[in-house]
Design a protein around this ligand. Structure first.
Ligand SMILES: Nc1ncnc2c1ncn2[C@@H]1O[C@H](COP(=O)(O)OP(=O)(O)OP(=O)(O)O)[C@@H](O)[C@H]1O
Ligand SMILES: [Mg+2]
Length: 408
């Protein structure tokens, strides 16, 4: 861990609960495995039972065919063969020609005898794939039990067993679907709540700044009429501060409402922001602005908010370079009505494992950071400009490039 001290103290309430998420996922996987495993045990034992029933069926058949004493046989036959009303069975002769069947619904519904035999022959092939047929040896009792032929009993698992095999999958997918819907609903209501907080707070800030600001402006006007301040720096300095406060107010009021997007020339907008920033950072930071294929690239932006984005990205870049280096801003016209703005620095880079976290609220590696700059940037680009922002590349001790994609 690179910044243990800071990470422990920063915005605990914003810490994401990803550990908890993994525990839930793990439990869900365990439940799924357990449920499938348990059903497979039940299915196996049921399968075994069905197999034994069919064996019994075959033995009875063999017995019935070979003994003609009818004493108790009807009873056994009824008990076993007739009582089987779930397992589909077909009896065929040595040549595989079906003769009788039980629980083969399609064959029972056949209109003609030929159709019935055809259906049975087809079903029989399916059955053969599932289970080896059971051989019934036919003997002649009167001729010293000499073998006279064979019968084959083909069978399939009952519908109940088939349903049971699929049951856990159906059950789990229903539960999964329900979980997914609940998760989406929960997430969207949470982000709606976050939106309300952002918007409300921003609106309130803009509103509160308004009062002292207009009072300050009135004071400046008053001072201008006073000869004592005529040649001092006070009035221009105050005016600068007022401008700065006005800028902050307009940013907050824009983020607190549905901001108006206007088609602006990006080069001009960026040049303005850079010249503002250049005055405020060390002279050892060099800004390079370029546009391809030419400077006439327009995009729909809200100027105060977009300036805020660039300012935040450049401030991070300056921090990453410890005040010395080059910030290069490239505007690129892409296909399909898209414009890209790449902001590169020659700073210390972002460790690979942290690239995924930089946009998270509260993530910071700085002593005096809040970890909110990039959260705001992402919000402005994605929610207010329906654009995209991501770390395009970053190499330790070489530099980082952030890319913004905007619509024309
Ligand atoms: N250009 C960059 N080069 C290297 N690391 C960066 C760069 N930009 C952002 N980071 C990393 O991402 C973190 C989060 O940036 P973010 O702007 O959200 O917060 P912050 O700058 O730490 O605090 P603040 O809320 O004051 O902006 C930074 O602390 C830094 O570790
Ligand atoms: Mg920052």
């Amino acid at each position: 861990m690179q910044y243990p001290l800071k990470e422990a103290t920063t915005l605990e309430f914003y810490k994401d609960n990803s550990n908890f998420k993994w525990v839930v996922v793990l439990i869900a996987i365990l439940i799924s495995i357990g449920s499938i495993y348990y059903t497979s045990i039940v299915v196996e034992s049921l399968k075994d039972r069905e197999k034994r029933l069919i064996d019994l069926f075959a033995n009875t058949l063999e017995y019935t065919a070979n003994e003609d004493g009818e004493s108790n046989l009807t009873f056994i036959f009824d008990e076993i063969i007739v009582a089987n009303n779930s397992i589909p069975v077909i009896i065929a002769d040595e040549f595989g020609i079906p003769s009788q069947s039980k629980n083969v619904k399609k064959a029972d519904e056949a209109k003609t005898e030929r159709e019935r035999i055809r259906i049975l022959a087809e079903t029989l092939k399916d059955m053969e794939k599932d289970h080896e047929p059971i051989v019934v040896t036919l003997r002649n009792k009167n001729k010293n039990y000499e073998i006279t032929g064979y019968n084959y009993i083909y069978y399939q698992n009952s519908d109940l067993l088939k349903q049971l095999t699929y049951y856990p999958y159906i059950q789990l997918s229903v539960i999964f679907l329900f979980g997914l819907i609940a998760y989406i609903a929960f997430n969207s209501s949470r982000s709606a709540e976050q939106n309300r907080v952002w918007v409300g707070l921003a609106k309130e800030t803009a509103h509160q700044l308004g009062t002292p600001l207009s009072s300050l402006m009135a004071w400046v006007e008053y001072f201008k009429t006073d000869d004592r301040f005529k040649d001092s720096d006070i009035i221009p300095e105050l005016n600068k501060d007022i401008e700065r406060l006005e800028m902050i107010t307009s940013r907050f009021s824009n983020i607190g409402s549905v901001p108006q997007l206007n088609e602006e020339n990006l080069y001009d907008a960026l040049e303005e922001t850079i010249s503002y920033l250049q005055k405020r950072v060390s002279t050892r930071v060099k800004f390079i602005l370029s546009a391809f294929p030419n400077k006439d690239i327009k995009a729909d932006i809200n100027k105060p908010l977009f300036a805020w984005v660039v300012e935040n990205l450049c401030k991070n870049a300056v921090d990453a370079m410890s005040g010395t280096g080059t910030i290069e801003i490239k505007i690129l016209k892409a296909n399909e009505g898209k414009v890209m703005v790449d902001i590169s620095d020659t700073g210390k880079g972002i460790p690979k494992s942290k690239i995924g976290s930089v946009f998270q609220p509260g993530y910071t590696s700085k002593k005096r950071g809040w970890g909110l700059g990039l959260t705001l940037v992402k919000r402005i680009i994605e929610n207010y400009h329906t654009g995209k922002i991501f770390v395009k590349s970053s190499e330790l001790d070489k530099g980082t490039t952030f890319r913004i994609v905007l619509k024309v």
